[in-house]
Design a binder for this molecule. Structure first.
Ligand SMILES: [Zn+2]
Length: 147
C-alpha cells in the first residue's frame, strides 16, 4: 500500500500557516473552532466566507486537518496531534462585516453622491440620488409650502 502523500505542516507558508497554527492552538486548548468572522478579523483569511471555507478545505486536502461541519457549527481535528477543537457556535457568524464597503471595492461608486443643479434655485448641490432634485434649503421650503 502506498503511503499517503501527507504534507507536513512545516511546509505551510503565509496565511495558510497562520490558519493551521490557529486551529492547532484552538484544538490544543479545547477551544471552539474559530469562526469565519474570527479568521477575517485576524487577517488570516482575506475575502469572504467562501475564502474561509476554501482555506480550510486546502488544509483538509493536504491531510493536515479533518473538518466536520453542521448547520451552525464546525469542528476541526488536527490530524498531527489527533486533537479536536470544540464545536464552533456559528449562530453569530459574519452577518455584520460581510458587506463592509471596503471589501466591495469599486461597488460603492454607484451610491456616491453626485453634483446636481437644484431645480428651484439653480445652485449646485450634493444629490443623494435621482430622486433628489432640490438642494436642502429648497426642499425644506417646498415641504413647508406643501404643509
Ligand atoms: Zn435650491
Amino acid at each position: 500500500m502506498e503511503p499517503t502523500a501527507q504534507i507536513s505542516a512545516d511546509h505551510l507558508t503565509g496565511r495558510l500557516r497562520d490558519l493551521y497554527d490557529l486551529l492547532a492552538a484552538a484544538a490544543e486548548a479545547g477551544l471552539p473552532c474559530p469562526s469565519n468572522t474570527d479568521l477575517m478579523d485576524k487577517g488570516i483569511v482575506v475575502g469572504d466566507h467562501t475564502r474561509c471555507t476554501e482555506a480550510l478545505q486546502r488544509l483538509s486536502k493536504m491531510g493536515l486537518i479533518k473538518i466536520e461541519a453542521g448547520v451552525n457549527w464546525r469542528r476541526v481535528t488536527v490530524l498531527a496531534t489527533g486533537k479536536a477543537t470544540a464545536k464552533s457556535n456559528g449562530s453569530r457568524q459574519g452577518r455584520v462585516r460581510r458587506m463592509a464597503p471596503s471589501a466591495l471595492g469599486g461597488a460603492t461608486v454607484n451610491i456616491r453622491p453626485a453634483k446636481r443643479t437644484c431645480l428651484r434655485c439653480r445652485r449646485k448641490f450634493e444629490s443623494q440620488g435621482p430622486h433628489n432634485q432640490m438642494c436642502g434649503p429648497c426642499r425644506n421650503a417646498a415641504s413647508e409650502i406643501a404643509a
